[in-house]
Write a protein that binds this ligand. Sequence first.
Ligand code: UT7
Length: 325
Amino acid sequence: MGCGSATPQQIIHNDELSQRVETNDEWIRTRTGIRQRRVIGENESLIDLASDAARSAIKMAKWDEKSVDLIILATSTPEDLFGSAPKIQSNLGATNAVAFDLTAACSGFLFALVTASQYIFSGSMKRAIVIGADQLSKWVDWDDRKTCVLFGDGAGAVAIEASNGDSGLIGYGLKSDGKRGECLNLSQSNMFSDLVRGFTHQRGGYQPINMEGKEVYKFAVKEVPIILGELLDRYKIESEKLDWLLLHQANQRILDAVAARFSIPSEKVLSNLENYGNTSAATIPLMLDEAVRNERIKSGDLIACSGFGAGLSWGAALFYWQGPH
Ligand code: UT7
């Protein structure tokens, strides 16, 4: 019914990163499609961005915030490990909503969208806000050129509600493979301290993002077409019938490879990663919001969506964009 997004003010161009690591604009652009990314600076916060994105989605949907039943924040970078969603609930004044975080890295938004839809399908809730928001700039090693050029910060949100007619969400598939998790992680640091004599405890803390880029690339170009193809077959939808391909924005080459598998022309492939880089759980709703607001996506458009990333986790969904009544 509605969507929204918010991004930080600071824009870091590729050339600026070459002041810090041995890289250059040409390498980053040709290997990834990224030209710039946004990074949360002073006087900004992920919770504020996520709240702004959710507020815009509620406004577009023309809802009263008190009518929201559920808020799910998909994030791997909460400001509070106990959960950041309740703070967003309070910022929005959505006092009747239950709010919680969900972590599935770059697949997080898709997993949260499907989770929220289950509450709606069961009839227990009517209106939900699903937010994807991440601040990977906190956890990137800014001296590791293999990862630091890829990521950015941002937030996006959608407002979904129960409908009487055909559901907006046609179907979905979700997958996890923990065996392959080592190729992309943000794992805890193994630091132990003395507790009392003879006992130790593990101190909290995380290591920077670690990624085997080539492995993740191969995983994405293999698994995304499989899961999307299964979904299209299940619902007997020809790929020509799709209005838009909306993939997690990690690398333009991945978008192009998946589109080529389904013979989807480039005009139907949504891409804004040149401006934002990989914003993890935020990429899909950020892209959706941009395309809805500049009137590329219109009411009734059929969208094939897929997210993939750490876990490893991946998923796909087919849905019609409705927009507000
Ligand atoms: O959101 C989660 C999902 N994540 C992804 O989907 C990421 C998937 N992976 C990728 O997008 C690509 O693998 C990368 C963009 C991360 C890397 O592209 P690649 O074509 O796989 O490059 P590579 O890692 O094989 O590196 C090629 C060369 C290496 O040099 P040598 O060994 O050939 O001499 C790297 O050291 O490029 C070098 N390199 C760089 N050079 C300049 C790596 N990073 C940089 C850099 N600037 N930033």
